[in-house]
Design a protein around this ligand. Structure first.
Ligand code: WQD
Length: 338
């Protein structure tokens, strides 16, 4: 199929391009490069020898969207383009709602003008908020505790109502847990713009000498070692879930959420120890207070994705840490060194 990938130059988008092309799909990228650089597509092209049509532009721009729709005529859209920093979302709510909700609305209007009826949406397990029970299944109450999570849930609501209003629209809502890792080539990977918010890239920057130590946010959670537990998923497994969702969307209508996680959670200390095994050196840490908004533990029940998308994660913790280390050690300054 012809698949438009908004935000396709980003961390998850770039890995998804490779998996889509490996399955014979034609791809087109729309990215405003607010959190990516053109070098990413240069590397994806080198890794795939595939033709990638690409446009530099904003998903909120109707004229740009119409230009892309007319040129590529997508049969499906994977919508990654969005903002994802939890802390920043609280400081800049209007920006987050404008991009994450307004951008989704603008994209749907453009899809309607172009007759494109399938959308795979980059959602997040953050929509669940504090767990009422674990592991989270898709029926778990949704009560996000951040503007970021609210913006994702609002977009899910819009997509659900859009898909219900017409008999042949499809919205696949992929609720990611914690994406980590990098492509086996070590040519593409996660490259945060500023100081990493997330655990894995921060550990990797400590390992490569860019940071002196890792702060461990909280050691008094109700978990076996007191540190936060998360369901980390290898980015290649996550990318493959999007390819499975495109196949599902060819034969299904309506809106449906899917948890995309492994069902296995690890603590901060587990991740530090795993990374030390991967890089062969100690990761200095310092104990710090809990981070505002953090919850103790998250874990996915991904059985619906297994049953209906015919998808399950296959990479383990050592794959996640080894691939991250390979990427970071070969690209100490991320894409900036290119
Ligand atoms: C993981 C654990 C921290 C950094 C967020 C978003 C989620 C998704 C992934 C977009 C927690 C601890 C972290 C550090 C630490 N983003 N930690 N020191 O917060 O689970 O999820 O990013 O889709 O939607 O909510 O991920 O990697 O920031 O934190 O101790 O320097 O690591 O307290 O327990 P999080 P994270």
């Amino acid at each position: 199929m012809r698949v438009l990938v908004t935000g396709g130059a980003g961390y998850i988008g770039s890995h998804t391009l490779l998996e889509l092309m490996a399955q014979g799909h034609e791809v087109c990228v729309l990215d405003n490069y607010s959190n990516a650089v053109p070098e990413v597509l240069t590397r994806v092209r080198a890794l795939s020898n595939g033709a990638i049509m690409d446009f530099a532009g904003d998903v909120r721009d109707p004229a740009m969207l119409d230009q892309v729709m007319q040129a590529f005529q997508p049969e499906a859209v994977i919508h990654f383009a969005g903002l994802k920093a939890v802390g920043e979302s609280t400081e800049k709510p209007l920006y987050y709602y404008d991009v994450n909700v307004g951008g989704t609305l603008a994209l749907l209007h453009a899809m309607e003008r172009a007759g494109c009826k399938r959308l795979i949406f980059s959602s997040s397990a953050t929509v669940y908020g504090e767990p009422v029970y674990l592991p989270y299944d898709e029926a778990h109450p949704t009560n996000p505790t951040s503007v970021y999570g609210q913006s994702k849930l609002m977009a899910e609501r819009i997509l659900t109502d859009w898909a219900a209003a017409f008999p042949d629209r499809t919205a696949v809502l992929l609720r990611y847990f914690n994406p980590v890792g990098a492509h086996a080539s070590a040519q593409i990977g996660e490259d945060p713009k500023d100081i990493p918010n997330n655990l894995m890239p921060f550990i990797a920057q400590v390992a490569v000498g860019k940071r002196d130590f890792l702060q461990i946010f909280g050691d008094d959670y109700d978990t076996p070692d007191g540190t936060g537990q998360r369901d980390y998923i290898h980015v290649v497994d996550l990318a493959r879930a999007h390819v499975a969702a495109v196949t599902y969307a060819e034969g299904a209508t309506g809106a449906r959420p899917f948890n995309i996680g492994t069902g296995q959670s690890y603590s901060v200390r587990d991740m530090v120890a795993a990374f030390e095994r991967a890089c062969g050196k100690p990761i200095p840490t310092k104990q710090a207070p809990r981070r505002a908004g953090d919850i103790a533990a998250m874990q996915a029940d991904a059985s619906r994705a297994a049953a209906e998308l015919n998808w399950a994660a296959s990479h383990d913790l050592d794959d996640m840490t080894a691939s991250t280390w390979a990427w970071q050690s070969k690209n100490p300054d991320g894409y900036k060194g290119a």
